[in-house]
Design a binder for this molecule. Structure first.
Ligand code: F6R
Length: 246
């Protein structure tokens, strides 16, 4: 189904959805061996990342010239905290692929200079010629990364105060109750400038936000709607997340 510029695919299962997401990622790195990939964390892409890693290893795909950046991070949460985005990406992608540090660039959650930390991320991306593929989930409030409702449409890397929904739901990633107030994130302009954007959602809890994303006008009050303005965007969802569309 073609909706504005979004290629929407509905899968029978989370497994099928994740296989397709992994295949899209594999194709990017096969077609561009020095691809820059930007990765979200969260529950949604876990299986896609596992399958991506498996395919890279079993098919002996050379990713030694690729680079990986994080989509976002909880400001103030150290990378050794198992709830941090950094910890997640090392656990699910970077360590299994045995990627060296020079292929990875993540937000510094402990920075004392937020502007400089954001500028370094933007510079890394620009020096690599932009992001070739960005993988995102959808927040229950329509956030992309930590571009919360009301985010600046023209933003690159920036710090944003987290909405209460994000603070509450975000606790699921942490072993113990953790103070999370702000996120450091790729901006909405960075999302829009990525050559391919793959947004993933699964499970019935995401059905309403998926419906709103597709049906509501493009607006920063629901950042996920920007996927409809992106010229190379894909929305892969399972049938539970699609239940309000059918
Ligand atoms: C995490 C991120 C967030 C999540 C979103 C969905 O790096 O960027 O925007 O993608 O909150 O999270 P899950 O997948 O846990 O439902």
């Amino acid at each position: 189904m073609k909706l504005l510029t979004v290629e929407l695919k509905i899968f029978n299962s989370y497994k099928n959805q994740s296989e397709a997401a992994a295949a899209l990622m594999v194709n990017v790195v096969l077609n561009k061996p020095d691809a820059l990939c930007c990765l979200a964390t969260g529950d949604t892409p876990k299986l896609a990342y596992r399958l991506f890693v498996e395919r890279i290893k079993t098919e002996k795909i050379d990713v030694s010239n690729c680079a990986f950046v994080g989509l976002d991070e909880w400001l103030g949460v150290p990378p050794k905290n198992s709830g941090s985005c950094s910890y997640y990406l090392y656990e699910h992608v970077f360590n299994p692929l045995q990627l060296p540090f020079n292929q990875i660039f993540l937000f510094d959650a402990l920075t004392e200079n937020e502007a400089s930390s954001c500028a370094k991320m933007d510079m890394f991306i620009n020096l690599r010629g932009g992001i070739d593929v960005m993988i995102t989930g959808i927040g229950m409030n329509g956030h992309i990364g930590f571009n919360e409702p009301g985010t600046d449409e023209y933003s690159h890397a920036h710090v944003m105060a987290l909405h209460n929904t994000t603070k509450t739901i975000g606790q699921k990633y942490f072993a113990t109750k953790t103070a999370i107030h702000k996120g450091i994130t790729q901006g909405l302009a960075t999302v829009m400038e990525s050559k391919k954007l793959l947004m993933l959602a699964n499970g019935k809890a995401k059905a309403q936000i998926v419906q709103k994303t597709l049906e509501e006008p493009v607006s920063v009050s629901l950042p996920s709607t920007f996927i409809k303005k992106h010229p190379g965007s894909y929305l892969f969802i399972d049938k539970e997340a699609a239940q309000n569309l059918l």
